[in-house]
Design a protein around this ligand. Structure first.
Ligand code: WT7
Length: 576
């Protein structure tokens, strides 16, 4: 399908003082080997990303610079790189004292807090593979991930530990509780107690570049969530994109609004800023426009990385609120997670006097791939151009490159430094992404214009992107059919002006159940409690029968067509 859109709108470059001076030059000349010289392994052959992100700054005389500015409703703390080195050393020793070693999986299931970052980097320092879990996950979601990865330990809080079904997790030996009060339960130990006993000096585990570092579970359209494994080598890309895309310098106060349960919150909430020696602002608690603007004002944030949903909510809150705050510290603003509407880019220009730079990537790519750079004109609505050292293309279903303005599969030439190295326990799933060699097939559709800018068109598969969070329809459907009233369920993403997409479920009921408002509420609560709040369908529609293939698969494509009032297309595989 060929598209032709009006792309006349161009927002020119606003500053010449950027780390990346010329995108075109860099795209021609840059190679990843240029970056490798930055890091210790260049001389030793061994590496640890946590050393490069924390200890290195201490060794090079920057130990008293601020690494972390943390605040939430009850705490307000600042930690230097030297503090973080000592804390993460202690935690590394805590894990070792429990007998945990290189390659074992340690999960972190707690809200944003200094302890989260301590545990995360301390785990990496001893060579463990760290798996962050979003605090909103309920028992079933937690259990799936811990079982699949055979996690040996989990760091959590007294509130969240209730959702860890220890008895059903044979590999899980240690539950490390932060802020434990009173008695500890089965397999439980107190974070504070162990930290107090641990030395702040640690022998770092020196790793090979291809050794595992972090495991992020993400959703696909079928089956359980996939454990996407990233290795220490990813740091090369985190460092260089931090430099050229986030435009970070050591004196920057940088705020990534993403939770570290998602990949943006680790790659760009931890690695990119700290590898570049910048200060990372972490704000806990819920979104509110006042709170967010105040966070920028109080911390004098210079670089801000957020998401379209958040920008749209800020836009909805109106300009009067913006004007109550001093946002003059902002130098550079960026977005990721879902399409950034041209409208939002225009709004950003008006209210912040800044361009919002869209970036495209995925959990599986591990780092930014297609971006808008401060030194490049922006076409509002476009994701930008491939990062130097990478190659992106639009290809057909056979892997042939398509000409400009033709919609197709958004593909990347494999490999690149932060590319996932495996899907935990699922080599077949991993291979699916690479079946059209040399391409990695993203699952997104897009087109490229004649200037080389990429334009996002949608997901090719059924994965839902709601408020920037990726939700697999299968996982929601599986939870729905556990409800006693539900016979069958089909789940789709329905376009929504604020959230990008919302989750809509089509449900057929079991004998003896009648559709009602109460039942809708009850089913929504059931998914909220059983899976996660963000995975609960905002809309539910009852149908006598759902469209299925002869092999029994729900045809989500048909549900989507119903929803949008579009033709249903080829129905030859429909059951009846
Ligand atoms: C999917 C990946 C790693 C970033 C956080 C989400 C969508 C991401 C954009 C963008 C349009 C985008 C894609 C992608 N997406 N960035 N700039 N414009 N869509 O990571 O949960 O792995 O989701 O998010 O559909 O495939 P994720």
């Amino acid at each position: 399908m060929t598209v032709k859109l009006n792309e006349q709108e161009l927002i020119p470059v606003m500053s010449t003082d950027n780390n990346l001076v010329s995108y075109e030059e860099a795209y021609k000349n840059f190679t990843w080997e240029d970056v490798e010289k930055e890091f210790s392994w260049h001389s030793t052959g061994k590496v640890n990303a946590a050393y490069e992100a924390v200890d290195r700054h201490v060794d090079e005389g920057r130990g008293d610079r601020t690494a972390l500015l943390f605040s939430d409703a009850s705490r307000n703390e600042s930690h230097t790189f030297a503090d973080m080195m000592a804390l993460t050393n202690k935690f590394g020793n805590v894990l070792r004292s429990l007998g945990i070693s290189k390659g074992e999986r340690v999960f972190i299931f707690m809200p944003r807090s200094p302890e989260f970052y301590t545990a995360f980097l301390g785990s990496v320092k001893i060579g463990a593979i760290v798996g962050p879990l979003f605090e909103a996950f309920m028992e079933a979601a937690v259990k799936d991930r811990l079982l699949d990865s055979d996690a040996i330990a989990i760091v959590t809080t007294p509130q969240l530990k209730e959702r860890i079904p220890v008895a059903e997790l044979p590999s899980l030996k240690h539950v490390i509780v932060v802020g434990a009060e009173g008695e500890t339960g089965e397999r439980e130990v107190s974070f504070e107690k162990l930290m107090a006993e641990a030395s702040d000096r640690l022998e770092i585990e020196w790793m090979d570049r291809e050794d595992g570092m972090q495991l992020h579970y993400t959703s696909g359209s079928t089956g359980k969530p996939k454990g996407v494994l990233h290795v220490h080598n990813a740091m090369i890309q985190h460092f260089q994109t931090g430099k050229w895309v986030l435009d970070l310098r050591q004196d920057d106060i940088y705020w990534c609004t993403a939770d570290p349960g998602w990949v943006t919150g680790t790659a760009y909430g931890i690695w990119a800023p700290w590898l570049n020696g910048a200060t990372s602002v972490i704000r806990g608690g819920r979104f509110s426009p006042e709170d967010w603007y105040q966070t920028i004002e109080q911390n004098r944030v210079t670089v801000w990385y957020s998401a379209p949903t958040a920008f749209r909510m800020l836009m909805g809150a109106g300009e009067n609120i913006v004007n109550k705050f001093d946002l003059s510290s902002l130098r550079h603003v960026l977005s990721v997670g879902e399409p950034l509407n041209a409208e939002v880019v225009r709004w950003g220009l008006k209210v912040f006097g800044k361009r919002i730079h869209d970036t495209w990537w995925m959990t599986e790519t591990g780092g930014q791939m297609i971006c808008n750079y401060p030194s490049m004109p922006i076409k509002p609505g476009s994701m930008g151009k491939p990062f130097p050292g990478t190659y992106a293309a639009i290809v057909d279903d056979q892997g042939n490159e398509l000409p400009p303005y033709t919609m197709g599969n958004l593909a990347l030439r494999a490999p690149w430094p932060s590319m996932m190295r495996k899907i935990w326990n699922n080599p077949a799933k991993f291979e699916e992404y690479f079946k059209l060699k040399p391409w990695y097939i993203s699952g997104d559709s897009a087109y490229k214009d004649e200037d080389g800018y990429f334009w996002f068109q949608g997901r090719v598969d059924d994965v839902i992107n709601t408020s920037g969070e990726r939700v697999g329809p299968f996982e929601v459907e599986s939870k729905l059919v556990e409800h006693p009233a539900v016979a069958e369920a089909g789940v789709i993403g329905k376009p929504d002006p604020l959230r990008g997409e919302i989750i809509k479920a089509f449900i057929s009921l079991r004998e003896g159940y009648q559709p009602s408002e109460e039942l809708i509420k009850e089913i929504q609560e059931f998914v909220k409690k059983g899976l996660a709040a963000h995975a609960a369908p905002r809309e539910i529609e009852f149908r006598d029968k759902l469209p299925k293939t002869r092999s029994g698969k729900i045809m989500r494509r048909v549900l989507k067509a119903w929803e949008l009032g579009l033709p249903t297309g080829d129905l030859s595989t429909l059951e009846d």
